[in-house]
Design a protein around this ligand. Structure first.
Ligand code: PFF
Length: 452
């Protein structure tokens, strides 16, 4: 089963420079705005430590096997997301390739808008004083989150993503991840240490992350929050990791690499909580965090930091820098899905594929840039439903349809038979059942909230 991907004419097939390069790029895809703002928001919805426990269980039992399956599909076929399912299991599976494409393009179209807000907040913190009170912060947020500013931020963020992806797997994506991820961890650790010395830091941890209430383990809202957060955060189910894995060496230990990605992603969510919750508790901003997902990141944090003067501004600059790094290492993985598919399917050059995709996604994202309500709907459809559906189909494809491929790819790269058997068991029996339930809840939610 040697990778059969047609190389760009006259060019050798692209490859990662090293296993570490792949792990950092895949972790960069997983670690994104979802970790920095979705985790804090959902953890603050009342689940406390029960949310964290459920999150970890779902990540390990449901998402990890699917992530391994997605990596195996990419590496064993050597094809991009559009063609990999067909190569593995025949034409009947062609719709899964299209689903990957639609989900990645749809998510990137609004993710770039969120990146634009992040970049704008960074510039604002660099150039102007932070908003003095909550009313000023809300006005400021309204100004950056719609209209001309939002459109400009969206276009610039997409263009920057395009520049990185056009530079290639090794020269663009891997290089970005190699300096971006260590820098991100450094900034996160520095800010978490700083936050630990805030006056109400303990109260922040205790209220949001450590409060233990066993009944929350069975609370549907906590389960739903943990499930949605786990899937979006790991980002498995839409072919981004599949596209990356197609450039992977045949000997690399996929389960270990997948575990590193999942570990880094969860660590970043927790560390981000260790920054936001002390700030929120110390400056009495709990209501803002609980009232909307973007509340924590774009409204509560700058307002809280404003009262610290120059230190607060420096912290805001560092925080939005880290958020922008997290966002761009994710957006490049989303863009790689349609780009690698065009290269693979039509033999296009990378540059041509990148700029066509960037143009189309820029247009598709305009409604989200102009209206936050559209952005929320896009997130519910593409991030909430299609991503989870992709995860379900991946589990069925590699757990049932092509389980032999799953087994032989992992065994050939040195994974022990018992680990392969355990992963396959989870992929067959745990992931599909859990994901189907999650999907029903997501669709019900979507339909219920459609009108309002
Ligand atoms: N995991 C990213 C985040 O938490 O922001 C978002 C994402 C990236 C989702 C890549 C899906 C994906 F393929």
């Amino acid at each position: 089963m040697a990778p059969s991907r047609p190389a760009e004419r006259g060019q050798p097939p692209e490859r990662w420079g090293s296993g570490l390069g792949f792990v950092l790029a895949a972790a960069g895809s997983a670690v994104g705005l979802g970790n920095l703002w979705g985790f804090a928001y959902r953890a603050s919805q009342g689940g406390g430590a029960a949310f964290v426990v459920l999150y970890v269980v779902i990540v390990l039992a449901v998402c990890l096997p699917v992530l391994v399956a997605e990596m195996v599909l990419g590496r064993s076929t050597g094809h991009a997301p559009l063609l990999a399912p067909v190569t593995a299991a025949g034409r009947r599976w062609a719709p899964l390739g299209w689903l990957f494409l639609a989900a990645a393009v749809g998510i990137l179209s609004y993710y770039a808008v969120l990146m634009g807000w992040t970049g704008r907040s960074l510039l604002h913190a660099l150039l102007e004083p932070l908003p003095a009170d909550m009313a000023a912060a809300k006005d400021y947020f309204t100004a950056i989150s719609s209209g001309g500013d939002a459109v400009l931020g969206h276009l610039l963020s997409l263009a920057l993503t395009g520049v990185v992806v056009a530079a290639g797997v090794r020269g663009g994506i891997e290089r970005l991840s190699r300096w971006g991820m260590p820098l991100l961890f450094l900034l996160l650790a520095g800010l978490a240490i700083w936050a630990a010395f805030l006056p109400q830091a303990r109260e922040g941890y205790a209220t949001f992350l450590l409060r233990w209430d066993a009944s929350k383990l069975a609370d549907p809202a906590t389960i739903r929050n943990a499930f949605t957060q786990a899937f979006f955060s790991i980002g498995t189910g839409i072919g981004a990791i599949l596209a990356y894995a197609a450039y992977l060496d045949r000997r690399s230990p996929i389960p270990r690499e997948a575990a590193s990605v999942v570990g880094m992603d969860t660590a970043v969510g927790l560390m981000a909580g260790c920054i936001t919750f002390p700030v929120v508790a110390s400056f009495g901003l709990a209501d803002v965090v609980g009232s909307s997902t973007v509340g924590t990141l774009f409204i509560a944090l700058p307002t809280g930091l404003a009262s610290l003067g120059a230190t607060g501004r420096l912290v805001a600059v560092l925080f939005f820098t880290l958020a922008y790094i997290a966002a761009i290492t994710s957006s490049v993985s989303l863009l790689e899905v349609p780009v690698s598919s065009l290269m693979d399917r039509l033999g296009w050059s990378r540059g041509r594929a990148v700029w066509l995709c960037v143009t189309l996604i820029a247009l598709l994202g305009l409604p989200s840039a102009l209206d936050v309500a559209v952005l929320e709907r896009m997130d519910a459809i593409f991030g909430g439903v299609l991503l989870i559906l992709g995860g379900l189909l991946l589990a069925v494809l590699l757990g049932w349809g092509s389980s032999q491929r799953f087994r032989s790819d992992l065994e050939h790269s040195g994974t022990s038979g018992s680990l392969v058997a355990a992963l396959l068991w989870a992929l067959r029996w745990v992931s599909p059942v859990a994901i189907s339930l999650g999907l029903v809840v997501s669709i019900t939610d979507l339909v219920r909230n459609w009108g309002g």
